[in-house]
Design a protein. Structure first.
Length: 479
């Protein structure tokens, strides 16, 4: 007969009907009078209880129904007398699809997340990772719905590219060449004319530059896809392969960009609270007991909009008051996660959008604030900085630090070229990007959100390797 998902069984009160469920055994408790099998099929964090009269089933069959085994169970839907569930199944028939031996790695309770990463192909069947993956799905749906409802177009940017958006050079190369017999010129440089694309190509670190092209044609676009960065960073916040959401909007100024960033984040958090209640309650109980409270707090508070210069002053005042940081935080320093988290978690106790960063550690494409006669600049709401600043708008969140990196983009060809020349950048492969400033250039802005960092915040998980099914990190490309 047709299978019914566990999530639907648990909501059904049509008692007396015969139903069929299929899934994996969470627990099997036996006694002489009755057996209880907790079955889960991934459709919900909750299990359905299968009540079995052992006298009506083969003893050897029941012995094989262990934690992790896959079965099909058919029986009568009845009202449950047990606490925490409304319905259960009085079993008439069991079919065993797949046995699961005592060496099943996910059998024991209380396994560490580090241990479970060794079995990424099996950890998805645990309650925690089932909850995380269902929330990940819901966040993807929320992202697409938000942008669709707000008039954005989903825009696909290339995964293979000859350009480096960030300019850091941490890119994975793509080639069909025989690495043991590379053709080189007299200076020892590799010649790519016999490679598939005829030039050096890599996996993309960002779809932003191509996204800007889309915004200048369609008005408002967003990308949502995988990106790759060959940074040798073994931290709880970095992956070599991760997903990015990157909206780009024509005719958007700095204030409007911050409005978009805040509204988008709040929409996604609200979606999680409205659509992932059971999974969030489980994670709140098992992983982070302040999770739901923190998510609800994001919706209540207006994000602080803080110029970088003021943020540095707050941090330096904290140091004078006895606060100790591992890394320096003078004007001109790129803030570390500890600085960002202090501002968010201890000083303001709410999310912060930091604006007007020093030019030296921001990307070439950002719009520069108006310079003063003494070499400083005037930024957001008249904030005066001692040096040149860019119109960046980074969103800082509790427990995460930076969750969004955004900016107004420089639309002037002359100003953009002046910054490129100052940095001595090679724009050979970005000629097409410069064309957008030659032909009908327009003011525009956008941001990038690391999807996995968003999932970290929404789930309360502590390591980014635990919010993606199969993490790619230095020395690890299994599964």
């Amino acid at each position: 007969m047709k299978r019914t998902k566990v999530v639907d069984i648990l909501q059904c009160t049509d008692y007396g009907t015969i139903v069929n469920v299929k899934g994996w055994v969470r627990t099997h408790r036996s006694s002489k009078a009755v057996d209880f099998i907790a079955l889960n099929d991934g459709s919900t964090i909750k299990n359905v209880q299968i009540v079995v009269d052992p006298s009506k089933f083969d003893e050897e069959l029941l012995k094989q129904i262990t934690t992790g085994a896959c079965i099909s169970a058919t029986g009568e839907l009845v009202e449950s007398l047990g606490a925490g569930q409304t319905s259960e199944i009085q079993c008439h028939e069991i079919e065993l699809y797949g046995t699961c031996g005592a060496d099943y790695p996910m059998q024991k309770k209380g396994q560490s997340f580090e241990y479970m990463r060794q079995y990424a192909h099996l950890r998805l069947r645990t309650n925690t990772f089932g909850a995380v993956m269902r929330i990940r799905h819901n966040m993807a749906i929320a992202i697409h719905k938000y942008f669709h409802d707000h008039g954005f177009f989903y825009f696909h940017t290339p995964l293979i590219t000859a350009s480096d958006c960030e300019g850091a050079g941490n890119m994975f190369q793509v080639t069909t060449k025989n690495l043991y017999d590379l053709k080189k010129d007299e200076q020892g440089k590799i010649i790519y004319d016999d490679d598939f694309f005829g030039e050096q190509t890599s996996l993309t670190v960002s779809g932003q530059l191509e996204g800007e092209l889309g915004a200048t044609a369609l008005g408002a676009i967003y990308t949502f896809g995988p990106t790759f960065r060959a940074e040798n960073s073994n931290t709880p916040r970095h992956l070599a392969e991760f997903w990015m959401i990157e909206p780009e909007v024509a005719f958007l100024d700095q204030e409007e960009l911050m409005d978009l960033e805040e509204d988008f984040i709040k929409y996604c958090v609200r979606w999680a609270l409205d659509n992932c209640k059971d999974d969030l309650e489980f994670l709140n109980k098992m992983i982070d007991k302040t999770l739901v409270e923190r998510l609800e707090g994001v919706l209540k508070d207006t994000f602080v909009r803080l110029p970088y210069t003021e943020g540095i002053q707050i941090l330096q005042d904290a140091i004078k008051g006895g606060k100790k940081f591992e890394f320096p935080c003078n004007w001109g320093d790129d803030l570390a996660a500890e600085h960002e988290r202090y501002l968010v978690e201890e000083h303001f106790k709410k999310p912060v959008i930091m604006t007007d960063y020093p030019r030296e550690f921001k990307s070439f494409y950002m719009k520069q604030n108006k310079e003063t006669a003494d070499g400083g600049s005037v930024g957001y709401k008249g904030a005066v900085a001692p040096g040149p600043t860019m119109q960046g708008t980074d969103v800082l969140f509790p427990q995460i630090g930076e969750i969004i990196g955004g900016s107004v983009r420089e639309e002037s060809y002359d100003k953009l070229m002046a910054e490129i020349d100052r940095r001595q950048m090679d724009m050979t492969h970005l000629w097409w990007y410069l064309d957008t400033r030659k032909y009908g250039s327009c003011p525009h802005a956008g941001f990038g959100l690391g999807f996995e960092r968003q999932i970290l915040f929404v789930t309360g998980m502590q390591n980014i390797r635990d919010v993606i099914p199969f993490p790619r990190t230095p020395k690890n490309a299994e599964f």
